[in-house]
Design a protein around this ligand. Structure first.
Ligand SMILES: Cc1cc2nc3c(=O)[nH]c(=O)nc-3n(C[C@H](O)[C@H](O)[C@H](O)COP(=O)(O)O)c2cc1C
Length: 180
């Protein structure tokens, strides 16, 4: 067991890695909508199309993300910080009419309006990840919009500034040119 100052240092070090911010939505087996703010999203595979994110074992939303269940990942825009904080609360009934309605068909994962991108997924695998569960999703469809992403780094929200003369990098392809 690590001392609390070591845990703090590890947490701070993880926080140096800048990420986007997402809200992952789903429904419990009885249909109740759930939503969780998560920055642990990672792309996994193009063929088959897969992504992953990590959910704390103690999350009250766990039963919404069992194997085979549908869920949706919403990549947030710069102006969605308040929604990120809303869905970071441990509270039942985060979807309240007026504030955040659980839009969409009754059976599908709720929509977070105004997001940069929505990935519709099905839970294809669950892996143990210490105090988290690694949730792998098969991506069924993608809806993307124009806009700026919300960024999270060092425990604060911010925005992304491309380098002044940024070159477009095809990260999926092998790079064989000169960088320097
Ligand atoms: C920027 C940010 C990123 C977060 N990322 C994650 C994450 O990747 N996984 C996770 O389980 N919790 C993450 N959280 C915390 C959850 O949002 C929060 O614990 C959860 O919504 C609690 O509600 P629940 O019990 O309904 O899951 C994050 C919180 C913030 C503010």
């Amino acid at each position: 067991m690590k001392a609390s100052n070591e845990l703090r240092a590890l947490r701070d070090a993880f926080g140096l890695f800048a990420t986007g911010v997402t809200i992952v939505t789903g429904r419990r087996p009885d249909g109740e909508p759930v939503g969780v703010t998560a920055n642990s999203l990672a792309s996994v595979s193009l063929a088959p199309p897969q992504l992953l994110w990590c959910l704390q074992r103690e999350s009250t939303s766990m039963d919404a993300f069992a194997a085979g269940r549908p869920f949706a990942v919403h990549v947030l825009k710069l102006d969605q910080e308040a929604q990120a904080m809303h869905f970071a609360r441990r509270a039942a009934g985060k979807f309240v009419p007026g504030a955040c309605s659980a839009g969409g068909a009754p059976a599908e994962p709720p929509h977070v309006e105004g997001a940069l991108c929505r990935f519709e997924c099905t839970v294809s695998a669950l892996h143990p990840g210490g105090d988290h569960v690694i949730i792998v999703g098969e991506v069924g469809s993608v809806t993307a919009a124009a806009g700026e992403p919300l960024v999270f780094q060092g425990g604060v929200f911010g925005r992304f500034y491309p380098q002044p003369r940024a070159r477009h990098v095809e990260a999926w392809e092998t790079f064989s040119g000169d960088w320097f």
